[in-house]
Design a protein around this ligand. Structure first.
Ligand code: ATP
Ligand code: MG
Length: 587
């Protein structure tokens, strides 16, 4: 863990108002809406259209200094600003853009208590999505909320180091009314399966479960069900599935001559499908996937930790080294969530989340997902909220996210969209439809936003969507670039977690048990062959066949594996691993 050079004294106070003296900067050509461009978009399917949270001219809540000045704004802008005047702690996102101006006195914020109502950060390439999640993460950490970030492109590690001051940052912070001060935040860096920099993160096959595994093996629905049966078989027989070779061994056993009687006993699993699954596992291992599965398994409760100074720990999963395995890493992120779900207690509504999880490149998770998989995602997103976990999906357009999931993402930061192709235009229209009714011409606005600007609507403290607000975002206080690789390695090696997870461990499990059984079987076969080597009247070919079958059966029944299987049937029944969401192992 790198604790940054930040001290607790550098904590950003929650709900801090932007400096009142900052003049509202003008931003020529920033693509903000024209007040005349008012339109009446179709009602949003996802969020209920709502009027601004407070009625025009209604008196602002005490303790929100921005609002009295906001009354000097044009009425529509004042109404929008009033919708962001929360009473409790809130994160500062930026300032309202209205009529070509950035209004420093109209801060756009998100209540800390609403972060477990999930969110979506969307926008075309290079529009500022990553910086937005950096900005939100910093403030969460400063407020004692742990954060998980998937660093797909390797540009997030900078959150651990103070940012560099410069003209651009100075200009932006003046425009949005931010007292910018460089700060780094306490981070732990992880790497998937020990590939690339980071504390190695692994999962056991058994806890990953058959549904997630089917996704990475790209199995179809029938094969997915068959894989579940193989898991069920291994679970009930006490064959531990820790790594991929355990699973390969069990699948291999079931399609072998010896195991085919067992296979028959598992209703609904055909030898052909078991064979397909076996080949898929083998191919997957050959692609280098073996290192992601096994022990020591990552304890996901590590993600819900505070730094010694009380700030939330930012866990950064470095993914650039596994960029060529998008199915794998996106599914792995889902495992982290599903596992956390099992571990965390129910907390109901909280004044601040226990963890906020940023799920970058979220489209990869949904692409080609089976119905069962999508249902599991929807359910996880729905249920994890009451465990105090907020999930922010980060992707290009809301269209990447299935409707059932999108409907649960209460907080929206939509960066600019392009409209170059007919497909872009369609995505743009679809995006507009997912926003609450607003006075903006959203189509025009969304294509005209500059870098680091976004259309925002969040859930206010009473759970109603805030008015749609074009916003110029604050600048992150930490480094907007990767940290030096040597610094990253140093941070990783000095982490106490590194020693715990660095070395893969291979305990006795299904593979070893089945290999041992195989070895014994061969031994018996050789002994028997020697015993029967004495010449005897040779039987007819048919009889020879029959006696070989019989001796095989005896070998199986007499073999260690069969005895231990038979024993485990007796002792392990009822102790079957309990699986829930995604078939992941229940803790
Ligand atoms: N809030 C911000 N404050 C200051 N600069 C910003 C901000 N947002 C974006 N930028 C500038 O825009 C650049 C691109 O932003 P960012 O990397 O966040 O885009 P992105 O949407 O994540 O792109 P990609 O889709 O390629 O990952 C940044 O390197 C930074 O210079
Ligand atoms: Mg990015």
């Amino acid at each position: 863990m790198t604790d940054s050079d930040q001290t607790a004294a550098g904590r950003e106070p929650v709900g801090a108002a932007p400096s009142a003296g900052t003049p509202a900067g003008t931003a020529p050509g920033d693509g903000t809406p024209d007040e005349t461009g008012v339109r009446d978009p179709a009602p949003a399917p996802a969020a209920t259209p709502t009027p601004p949270a407070s009625a025009p001219g209604s008196s602002p809540t005490p303790g929100t200094p921005a609002t009295p000045r906001a009354q000097a704004l044009p009425q529509v802008a004042a109404d929008i600003a009033a919708g962001y005047a929360f009473t409790g702690p809130a994160l500062e996102l930026g300032a309202l853009l209205w009529d070509g101006q950035c209004l420093a006195d109209a801060p756009i914020r998100i209540p800390l208590s609403m972060l477990n109502r999930h969110g979506l950060v969307a926008g075309a390439t290079g529009t500022g999505k990553t910086k937005t999640l950096q900005l939100i993460s910093e403030q969460l950490s400063a407020n004692g909320v742990p954060v998980f970030l998937a660093d797909v492109k390797g540009d997030v590690s900078g959150i651990s180091a103070p940012g560099k001051p410069g003209d651009k940052v100075a200009e932006r912070s003046a425009q949005v009314g931010q007292e910018w001060e460089a700060a780094g935040f306490p981070c732990a860096f992880y790497g998937l399966g020990g590939i690339g920099p980071g504390i190695p993160l692994r999962a056991t096959v058994t806890s990953f479960g058959p549904v997630l595994l089917s996704k990475v093996l790209q199995l179809n629905q029938t094969q997915e069900q068959s894989l579940s049966l193989i898991f069920h078989y291994a679970d009930t027989k006490g064959l531990e599935l820790y790594d991929l070779k355990d699973l390969r061994a069990v699948a291999g056993f079931l399609v072998s001559d010896v195991g085919k009687a067992e296979l028959k006993g598992i209703g609904g699993l055909s030898p052909a499908t078991a064979g397909v699954i076996l080949r898929a596992i083998t191919a997957f291992e050959q692609q280098g996937a073996a290192s992601f599965f096994g022990e020591p398994e990552f304890d996901t409760s590590e993600l819900v930790r505070l730094a010694p100074d009380g700030r939330g720990l930012v866990s950064v999963l470095e993914l650039p080294a596994v960029q060529d395995k998008p199915q794998l890493f996106s599914t792995f992120l889902m495992w982290l969530l599903a596992d956390l779900f099992h571990r965390l207690p129910e907390v109901g509504d909280v004044d601040r989340p226990k963890l906020v999880f940023f799920f970058d490149e979220a489209h990869l998770l949904f692409n080609g997902a089976s119905k069962a998989f999508l249902e599991s995602i929807t359910q996880t997103v729905r249920l994890i909220r009451s465990k105090g976990v907020g999930i922010f999906f980060v992707t290009q357009t809301p269209k990447d996210v299935p409707g059932d999931v999108l409907a649960q993402l209460g907080n929206r930061v939509q960066h600019a969209l392009r409209a170059f192709t007919p497909d872009d235009a369609k995505a743009l229209k679809a995006t507009v439809r997912t926003f609450p009714k607003s006075p903006y011409d959203l189509e025009e606005l969304l294509t005209g936003l500059g870098t680091g600007e976004a259309v925002i609507t969040v859930l206010s403290e009473n759970g109603a969507p805030t008015p749609v607000a074009a916003t110029r975002l604050r600048a992150p206080r930490s480094l907007m670039a990767p940290i030096d690789p040597a610094a990253l390695d140093q941070a990783v090696n000095s982490s106490p977690l590194y020693a715990r997870y660095a070395q893969a461990v291979d305990r006795e499990s299904a593979f070893e048990k089945l290999s041992e059984a195989e070895r014994k079987r061969e031994e018996t076969a050789v002994t028997e062959a020697l015993d029967t080597a004495a010449p005897a009247p040779s039987p007819s070919p048919r009889k020879r066949e029959a006696s070989r079958d019989a001796s095989l059966a005896e070998q199986v029944v007499g073999s260690g594996i069969f005895r231990s299987l038979a024993r485990s049937v007796g002792t392990q029944l009822g102790r079957e691993i309990s699986r829930s969401l995604f078939g992941t192992r229940r803790r």
